[in-house]
Design a protein around this ligand. Sequence first.
Ligand SMILES: [Zn+2]
Length: 258
Amino acid sequence: MFALRRRGLALYIEADIWHDRHDLAHAFGTRWCGDAMPPTGGDVEGANESPGAVTMAGILEAPSSRVITAIQVHGDDILMVDGTDADTARRLTGDGLVTDRPEVAVGIRTADCVPLLMFDPRRRVIGAIHAGWKGAVLDIAGKAVGVFADRFLSNPGDINAVVGPSVGRCCYDVGPEVIRAMSGRPWSDGLFDSGRPDGRSMFDLGRAVTCQLVDSGLDPKNIVTIPLCTSCRDDLFYSHRAEGGRAGRQISAIMLRE
Ligand SMILES: [Zn+2]
């Protein structure tokens, strides 16, 4: 289903479904990539935990040596990347990046939220989406499918998606406001384990994103979830939950090859 791979000192996760594709590069980064953002605050401020490790652009062999990312705000704006250079994109606000340009790596930063990578092999379009619970409430995954369909004439049934490592149902407790906000779909109840004495519920964020992709027309067999919890595996990943809100961010990215 997936493999933990190493390039130089960097560790990253690759989904098996895309491993043999020569027209696509992707990776879900860990805290052990050269451009993972270190934590802020405390006594580790500014420390790069993986000095000398290969960056995400290096892992993907991106020609520009850059991964295009934007300022993420837990919203649902999706940016179209065309002639945009990496420095311009860094000043733009959005929680998803979509492009059909080859050799342009688009990425998102996460620490517990879902990094969602998408690829339409027929229309040759890719997307990198950041989805926390607020993004799930806004159905940013469904909105991304809409961008593929409206702007690139994708058939949702052709789109492949990989739901990357995020905080698991094992570790993600949420308040009633999240249950309320996610209610109203046939699958809503299945996202939560309730009955905790403190009134909170365990939330399956990755499953929520998957259900929204299926609602948007993706074939369930074209959706893969990487079953690693960022909070349980804080040896590999930055985790907002496991590290008390002071976590850094790992980068996940995807790129079409010429
Ligand atoms: Zn966990």
